[in-house]
Ligand binder design. Structure first.
Ligand SMILES: Cc1ncc(C[n+]2csc(CCOP(=O)(O)OP(=O)(O)O)c2C)c(N)n1
Ligand code: SF4
Length: 323
């Protein structure tokens, strides 16, 4: 890992990472899969007192080809649409067992994992319901920005301009024509105790946030940008670099919202041009200067909005404290 990441985030150092692997090697992810790396880090942060509900998608397929498994913790493969609903059920069952004295007092955590299709599209209702009911669980969206497992079809989390098999680029199309759905913002609108964005390039930031999420009572939502060399048409050895550029250009800002108070974790005083991020990926190769400029403007607007939220939410918090 580059020293820049070590400097940017205090807390965990590389040499302090837990040695234990709860999402183990030998799974079948593509070379350089950002999602598999993310899960490895998530599990190191969460530890072994956990039950996982994993929606169908790449992360489930690559980790559980019968009779093998990459999971060293209790793990349930659930349908495409219901990771959050199953996690809610597990959490309620654990509570009931605890109440009846059939479970030791040591806490068992509940973790839901799904792709962006399973989160932003088909699983959104289940997620919203679980957040609204206030279940004590963590939901991690491994966002590779398309339905990768079934052949790189677009999702509502696919970014503007990206080429996928169902948003092809050609004479009459620039690829995806809608802007990426912001699920972290949707989660925030549920007023849950903790929401954060992460990227495995920034592994310390990511593990600190996952740890915070799992130890926070109530629902927590983590949105993880997971570079996918296969679907993004980039070299597998660039996964870490692509993640870094997503953050440095402001395309994917790292922030957390704790009880309504927003903190941006990576400073965006000087954004790198989005072109540096886009040009590493074949899915954006067809974009002309005009569309790159449109994306650049949108990124600036989104960052300004986020900075305003950070300013406003801390001002609001202080004002309330002094009221
Ligand atoms: C109701 C339903 N519709 C379609 C499918 C087929 N299917 C399985 S995984 C998947 C895409 C998963 O995409 P995403 O959630 O983004 O995860 P990824 O594979 O990209 O990690 C689809 C369409 C299904 N299993 N169930
Ligand atoms: S298609 Fe992408 S997300 Fe799926 S296993 Fe391969 S690299 Fe990972």
């Amino acid at each position: 890992m580059m020293p820049a990441e070590e400097k940017a985030f205090k807390g965990l150092k590389a040499r302090e990472l837990p040695k234990e692997e709860l999402f183990t090697q030998g799974h079948r992810a593509c070379q350089g899969c950002g999602g598999a790396l993310a899960l490895r880090l998530v599990m190191k942060a969460v530890g072994n007192r956990v039950i996982v509900a994993n929606a169908t998608g790449c992360m489930e397929i690559i980790s559980s080809a019968f009779p093998q498994t990459a999971w060293e913790v209790p793990w349930i493969h659930v349908a495409f649409e219901n990771a959050a609903a199953v996690a809610s059920g597990i959490e309620s069952a654990l509570k009931a067992l605890m109440r009846k004295g059939r479970l030791k007092k040591e806490k068992i955590f509940v973790l839901a994992i799904a792709g962006d299709g399973g989160t932003a599209d088909i699983g959104l209702q289940a997620l919203s319901g679980a957040l609204e009911r206030g279940h004590d669980f963590v939901y991690v969206c491994i966002d590779n920005e398309a339905y990768m497992n079934t052949g790189i079809q677009r999702s509502s989390s696919t970014p503007f301009g990206a080429r996928t098999t169902t948003s092809p680029a050609g004479k009459k199309s620039i690829g995806q024509v809608t802007w990426k759905k912001n699920v972290a913002e949707i989660a925030m609108a549920h007023h849950i105790p903790y929401v954060a964005t992460v990227c495995p390039t920034y592994y310390q930031d990511m593990m600190n946030k996952v740890k915070k999420a799992i130890t926070t009572p109530g629902p927590a939502y983590i949105h993880c940008l997971a570079p996918c060399p296969t679907g993004w048409r980039c070299s597998p050895n660039l996964t870490i670099e692509v993640g870094r550029l997503a953050v440095e250009t402001g395309v994917f800002p790292l922030y957390e919202v704790t009880n309504g108070e927003c903190k941006i974790n990576y400073p965006h005083r000087r954004l790198k041009p989005v072109r540096e991020y886009l040009q590493l990926q074949g899915r954006f190769r067809h974009l002309t200067d005009k569309y790159i400029e449109i994306i650049q403007e949108r990124v600036k607007e989104e960052i300004a909005k986020l900075q305003a939220l950070e300013k406003f939410s801390s001002f609001y918090k202080n004002a309330l404290a002094n009221f």
